[in-house]
Design a protein around this ligand. Structure first.
Ligand code: PMP
Length: 401
């Protein structure tokens, strides 16, 4: 007899990206060549000096449990990074290391949410925020941030969303999936509203911090509004900037009481992040930062090429993102069109499935990110895939009537 699973798991939808990935793997296993534009990670190799630091750690016998909040060396590197890049001061007990930024978002919600506590999530959003809030009995409050507002939360929309039950506002800049980057003025406007609501905590997911283009820079909400530092949890990590997704190191910085609660939870879940990965992450944060600029330049070239090919595609409203590595074009112009097989496209999910079958390109539907009708197309992957994939998408769109 099958086990009766916990209600919180039954309620949970599998991550849309993972489902799409599964479909890509199935088609590939069946012998189809699928260009995968769903990927949420850089295809680049981790820079050599970081890999060498990991080998050095292993050879030095650095292969034991570390303390749950993370090695002193890595926490010092994080504190120095926050000072260097963001002008922010944190103490050792205000910083925690996790198995990816994702674990820290998970532990922060686990540490703070009681039943019915609300978490404001501006849409489009990274798929995991609402689900992680739900796992911890929180109530996600999704706030639409339409394209006319640059997919950004406005002060007015924030004000309307706050209730006495609001526990957190999650801000993700640069944003996955829209690529939107909040300016200092936009953050200041949000801060004005937040000052009127002292019970609201801010989680700022800054994992794409360094991946911005055309002179745009991402700043932290705390840089724009230092008075909010005592109720802000900064979440960041090495996955995206240093091509280190598989090393699984993220970090968070915030007031010592929430950090201490998260440390307790880490102590009872993973004990600590990998000692070897922590050594590598310390080398990443404190070493030469030229690799970050080089990676950003590679993504910029991929972004510009993707735009060149897709711009002017019938039904696809393409715009260059300011940050991260995703396009998020509207496909409103494709809804209602008919495929050569006679199927009428009703939704962005239909469009993504059509592109998979007709163009052999995998992209994700905006519905998975809380805003339709859009598609998310990643330029985290190789230029050759972008070339072939985007031309195929263009051709498939041109074949719709
Ligand atoms: N936040 C956002 C917005 C992301 O896109 C991702 C990765 N897809 C994460 C957090 C998690 O990153 P990590 O690898 O550090 O867990």
């Amino acid at each position: 007899m099958a086990m009766k699973l916990a209600e919180r798991v039954v309620q949970l939808k599998p991550s849309a990206s993972i489902v799409a990935r599964q479909r890509v793997l199935e088609l590939q296993a069946a012998g189809e060549t699928i260009i995968d534009l769903t990927i949420g990670e850089p295809d680049l190799d981790t820079p050599a000096h970081i890999v060498e630091a990991a080998f050095a750690a292993v050879n030095a016998g650095d292969t034991h449990y570390t303390v749950p909040p993370g090695t002193p060396a890595l926490r010092k590197a994080i504190i120095a990074k926050l000072q260097r890049d963001n002008g922010l001061d944190y103490a050792m007990n205000e910083v925690i290391v996790g198995v990816g930024a994702k674990q820290l978002i998970y532990e922060a919600f686990a540490a703070s949410l009681d039943t019915g506590d609300e978490v404001i999530v501006p849409a489009p959003y990274w798929v995991s925020y609402p689900d992680i809030a739900t796992i911890h009995d929180g109530t996600p409050v999704i706030v639409d941030c339409p394209e006319v507002d640059g997919f950004k939360l406005t002060a007015k929309a924030l004000e309307a969303a706050i209730t006495p039950n609001t526990k957190w506002l999650v801000l993700n800049s640069p944003n996955n999936p829209s690529g939107a980057v909040y300016s200092r003025e936009e953050l200041e406007a949000l801060a004005q509203v937040l000052r009127q609501a002292p019970h609201v905590w801010l989680m700022t997911d800054e994992i794409y911090e360094h991946l911005t283009y055309d002179g745009v820079t991402a700043i932290s909400l705390v840089e724009a509004a230092p008075d909010l530092k005592d109720r802000t949890l900064i979440v960041n990590g090495v996955s995206k900037a240093y091509a280190m997704t598989g090393w699984r190191i993220g970090y968070a910085a915030g007031p010592s009481d929430i950090i201490a609660a998260m440390v307790k939870l880490v102590g009872q879940s993973t004990s600590c992040a990998s000692s070897v990965s922590q050594a590598a992450a310390a080398a990443a944060l404190s070493g030469d930062q030229a690799c970050v600029a080089e990676a950003t330049e590679i993504f910029r070239q991929r972004r510009d090429r993707m735009f060149e090919i897709l711009d002017g595609t019938p039904g696809l409203a393409v715009r260059k993102p300011d940050g991260a590595f995703y396009f998020y074009p509207s496909v409103a112009g494709l809804i209602g069109k008919t495929t050569p097989q006679g199927k009428v496209l009703q939704s962005d999910l239909d469009v993504s499935l059509y592109l998979l079958e007709a163009a052999h390109v995998a992209v994700l539907d905006g519905g998975a990110y809380g805003m339709s009708p859009y598609l998310r197309m990643s330029f985290g992957g190789a230029m050759a895939d972008i070339e072939v994939g985007c031309h195929a998408i263009r051709k498939a769109c041109e074949e719709l009537v």
